[in-house]
Design a protein around this ligand. Structure first.
Ligand code: ATP
Ligand code: PRP
Ligand code: MG
Length: 390
């Protein structure tokens, strides 16, 4: 539960540990009693009935999140560009809140927000393994990167290529710990402890971490890597075995909201179905071609036996009628087939269709594939123990 009666800059969060609740922040731990003494009493917020969806307010995820929702016919309508709240016409009871990525996670964790879209790195760092955070869609197809340990390519780290080699360096002692600069304190601490590092210090920084080793203020960095350009340009090298996690945009929700708050699970189903339909379609083309053949069955077996592209359940086949002027009749010795082709394999598909007598190949983008119920929906219901209710 997030305490709104504490100064926001302190960002205190309560964490129940057994029967002894403590107040935690990144560097200080004080007792609940001490916190109450310093906290001015303000009224609790009134119970709410609407559903809250949090989206990143800034940074690279913000625009792509809005684009993804737009692609799913969920248009976020911000009445005033300076406001932090918005609507989505298609989701009547859902209120959109723009928040910093870390706050998206914190607020879902506390239950102040029900659903959110954010990077998985943020869910892992600020969620701290909290069981109340449920990842509903783990691969939204944007914000792909990974969190990794990197060392300078020069000096004492010149010959260090793996995490094992870094851990085995004799110079790390209690008095002289390995200094790791990162914005991911929780994950950094956890990863290095699990990997057997005994003497290390986590140093916090918000940006330009890559400069710290060159400045001499840290030994190594733990940061996000995507293309690898930033590391290369700063003479840093990612270590073998130093990958902490892979990340991309995810849809996440509060478990209690899903179970108890009216309409949340329905809203999640609506959002999930749209996301799945869009994401399934976005990397594929719909391809129509005319194939010369004796019958529908003849076309179907040619497609199944001689191509890699049978369509969703099988090819859709329809006769193409041409006019035979000699007999004065419409005849069909061509059949039109419709298949679905992954975008990178388009040219393969065209060649395979030609090889079985295909011509007149038409290619169009696919917008949505609404299949049977998405597997992720079933998995969510199973995780929540709600399978029998839906
Ligand atoms: N280089 C990258 N490539 C792809 N995704 C990234 C990259 N860096 C960060 N991300 C993803 O985008 C999220 C937001 O990162 P971003 O750097 O845009 O925001 P920020 O660091 O919170 O804000 P800012 O850097 O503008 O202060 C990260 O949590 C991560 O999931
Ligand atoms: O491997 P690359 O493609 O080079 O991307 C990695 C960089 O991207 C992120 O920084 P960002 O650009 O968000 O700047 P920031 O440090 O201001 O957040 C991250 O912190 C790395 O510095
Ligand atoms: Mg950044």
């Amino acid at each position: 539960m997030l305490r709104k009666d504490l100064p926001t800059r302190q960002q205190w969060a309560i964490k129940q540990k057994g029967r002894q609740p403590v107040w935690r922040c990144s560097t200080v731990t004080i007792s609940q009693q001490q916190a109450q003494e310093t906290a001015p009493a303000v009224p609790r917020t009134a119970p709410r009935t609407n559903i809250r969806l949090a989206l990143p307010s800034k940074g690279r995820m913000a625009e792509e999140t809005l684009q993804l929702l737009d692609d799913c016919q969920l248009t976020v309508r911000k009445v005033n560009p300076r406001q932090y709240v918005a609507d989505i016409d298609q989701l009547e009871h859902v209120e959109v809140w723009f928040q910093r990525a870390s706050d998206v996670v914190r607020k879902i964790k506390s239950g102040d927000v029900d659903i959110g879209i954010v990077g998985y790195d943020m869910v892992s760092e600020y969620g701290e393994g909290d069981d109340d955070l449920v990842v509903i869609h783990d691969a939204l197809g944007f914000g792909g990167c990974h969190l990794a340990v990197a060392v300078p390519t020069y000096g004492e780290f010149g010959g260090v290529h793996s995490l094992e080699e870094l851990a085995a360096m004799p110079q790390w002692t209690e008095e002289n710990p390995l200094r790791v600069v990162t914005g991911y304190n929780y994950l950094g601490q956890k990863f290095l402890s699990e990997k057997g590092f005994k003497h290390f210090a986590i140093l916090t920084a918000d940006g330009a971490l890559e400069a710290a080793p060159a400045m001499g203020t840290a030994d190594v960095i733990l940061d996000l890597v995507s293309s690898g350009t930033t590391l290369r340009e700063n003479n840093l090298r990612e270590l073998v075995g130093g990958k902490v996690l892979a990340s991309e945009g995810v849809l996440v929700a509060n478990r209690r909201s899903l179970m108890e708050r009216d309409g949340v699970i329905q809203a999640v189903k609506d959002i999930l179905e749209r996301l799945e339909a869009h994401l399934r379609a976005s990397d594929k083309f719909s391809v129509v071609a005319n194939i010369r053949a004796e019958s529908e069955e003849d076309v179907a077996s040619k497609i199944h036996q001689h191509t890699d592209f049978p369509g969703l359940q099988g090819p859709t086949i329809s006769p193409v009628y041409t006019y035979d002027s000699a007999s004065g009749k419409a005849v069909h010795n061509f059949y039109a087939i419709t298949i679905i082709v992954p975008k990178p394999r388009l040219y393969d598909a065209v060649q395979q269709l030609r090889a079985i007598g295909g011509s007149g190949v038409l290619v169009s983008p696919l917008v949505y594939i609404f299949d049977e119920e998405p597997p992720r929906w079933r998995r969510l219901l199973k995780e929540l123990g709600l399978e029998s209710k839906f």
